[in-house]
Design a binder for this molecule. Sequence first.
Ligand SMILES: N[C@@H](CCC(=O)N[C@@H](CS)C(=O)NCC(=O)O)C(=O)O
Length: 216
Amino acid sequence: MDNHFTCYAFGMVPPFAQGLVRDLRVRWALEEAGLPYTVALVGVGEGAISLADYAAIQPFGQIPALEHGDLTMFESGAIVLHIAEQSRVLLPTDAAARAHVQQWMFAALNTIEVPIQELAGIDLFYSGAAWAAEHRPAVEERVRQRLAQLTARLKDGEYLVGAFSAADILMSTVLRILRHTQLIEEQPRLLAYKQRCEARPAFARALEGQMAPFGT
Ligand SMILES: N[C@@H](CCC(=O)N[C@@H](CS)C(=O)NCC(=O)O)C(=O)O
């Protein structure tokens, strides 16, 4: 099979989303795995494909999508898992450790991202709405509870399951969604974990790549 990777990314997004778009997860996984890739822009930008054409690749019109040879796929978690399976660095070979990495990948996208995304939606899209103001305290409290529970499972100086893995890519990029709040800062060990993940050179390359077309 042709082994080339193409990562789809938006050519432009509003400032509040820059550095958060979920192609960051895909780029980061590819960078960690040392797998060369090209980026295909969607929407605006030189050579970008239209959103109408992109619907054939990603049925919901969302970023990211990935092409790997003849394979086309979407959903950032599924893509990161696929990339991890192509490499030795993002998934452990030991069966139990591998299962635990997959468990934490689902926890990141389901147990943690769902309430975080609900809070971000209220703050970034509906901040003026009466229902949002009424709903927000309960949603923030649920996020705070989940972050405290996650922090209780983190050990100083470590990652979620032994060495850095695909689970850490998903978890730390989910935590980034809270950058407009101080909720991570309330949990110093969690903040240190996120900073440890983001200090990796592969993360810096991924972020730089996402930001490049935005020209900011
Ligand atoms: N569950 C999807 C969510 C993808 C998603 O929400 N992407 C955002 C950018 S980070 C998007 O494309 N938003 C535009 C839209 O939903 O129309 C995944 O993880 O891939």
